[in-house]
Design a protein around this ligand. Sequence first.
Ligand code: PGA
Length: 249
Amino acid sequence: MAKSLLAGNWKMHGTAQSAAQLAADIADGLASKAPETIVFPPLVHLPLVIAELADRSPIAVGAQNVSQYPEGAYTGEVSAQMLADLGCQYGLVGHSERRTLLGETDQLVADKFAALQDAGLTPVLCVGETLDQRQQGLTLPVVKRQIDAVVTRVGLDNVCRAVVAYEPVWAIGTGETATPEQAQEVHAYIRGQLTEQGRSTRLLYGGSVNADNAAALFAQPDIDGGLVGGASLQAQQFLKIAQQMVEQK
Ligand code: PGA
């Protein structure tokens, strides 16, 4: 299996019509030699995106969020099994927007990670430091703490079966990207944390990835792919990033 992986996080953008169109445009534009690709549409657009992609594209679909509980009286929540029933194969956990804006703790992230795996979905675990933490030299300890919380909950083997995305918080949606060297340093560190089993774990970089900076990032040995936010909302940009990945990997 090729290791490279491109993921698009659509966040809370779009309408039913634009989501279906974006999915169709990406499916139509992906060359036959494309990296494995996942899109993460808003929850309510999952069924229509899955329907749009069915029978015409190998693009996988993931959910941006999941409940930590398998079922019960949790008004407004959606379980991992419900997502699996829809046809989702992946789920994002630990995104910095949920950690910082919605107060998700390391423990909650670990519980959500476990819930996804229990339902047969592959978690994409996001980790990353704030600007303040980087300036204080805390980048690696913060990333280690975020990963360790999940390792404690599900065990190292299960973390190694997932996808890990390093997303420095200061680079998300800011137009400021980690340099390829900064990103590689953290990726190599994460790879080291995962030990032997983690050699095949896919490590994505995220944070203002676009068609202009993608090639230099994907050229790094421990960057297996990208988690793209803003630039994944325009099919042409996203397809250019896919092309850069094919050229580098
Ligand atoms: P961005 O978002 O590419 O817009 O910085 C990345 C992410 O939040 O996953």
